[in-house]
Write a protein that binds this ligand. Structure first.
Ligand code: PNS
Length: 165
């Protein structure tokens, strides 16, 4: 039986930590669907279309990985596409409480879906999309923290603006 896994998130923007987890998931599961949440309470920095474009760029060459968006409940989406696993990353103990709560709630919503936690490489244990956005907005370098396509998009968005705007 083939196992299809969903790696959900906001990916605003995708970082090298996310990419590390995508690669690890692709090695473990037959198929990995990277699913970008379309609607959140927060106003995103990049549009869903921009996030899809960047992610599609970075997963090129990973034949069993696809990129899509989803709305509504994650478990509903997972069942709809006949996947059985949700992949989430745990960088540090501080992530665990929130992730455990979400995993347990998703299990309550559907016992057919299993959450699997993966750890990214140690080098990415302190990396987050929020910090990347902040550093970039304030004129700092995010080189090595995000894929080149994301670095270019961040630069394009911030070029010509005073730092912090
Ligand atoms: O990258 P993030 O922001 O940590 O991802 C959070 C995400 C998208 C996995 C989570 O917010 C989610 O699953 N949202 C969909 C709505 C849902 O199913 N909520 C109940 C979760 S228990």
């Amino acid at each position: 039986m083939k196992i299809r896994a969903v790696y959900p998130g906001t990916f605003d923007p995708v970082t090298n930590g996310h990419l590390d987890l995508i690669r690890r998931s692709a090695a473990l599961f037959d198929e990995v669907v990277v699913a970008i949440l379309r609607n959140t309470d927060k106003i995103p920095f990049f549009t869903p279309e921009e996030r899809v474009d960047m992610l599609e760029n970075v997963v090129q060459g990973l034949d069993n990985v696809s990129v899509t968006t989803f709305g509504g409940l994650l478990v509903d989406y997972v069942l709809q596409i006949e996947a059985s696993v949700i992949v989430r990353g745990i960088r540090a103990v501080s992530d665990y409480e929130y992730e455990l709560q979400m995993a347990m709630m998703n299990r309550r919503l559907s016992s057919k879906v299993e959450t699997v936690f993966l750890m990214p490489a140690e080098a990415y244990s302190y990396l987050s999309s929020r910090l990347v956005r902040e550093i970039s907005a304030l004129g700092g370098s995010v080189h090595g923290l995000v894929p080149p396509v994301v670095e270019r998009q961040l630069k394009r968005r911030h070029d010509g603006r005073p730092h912090g705007e």
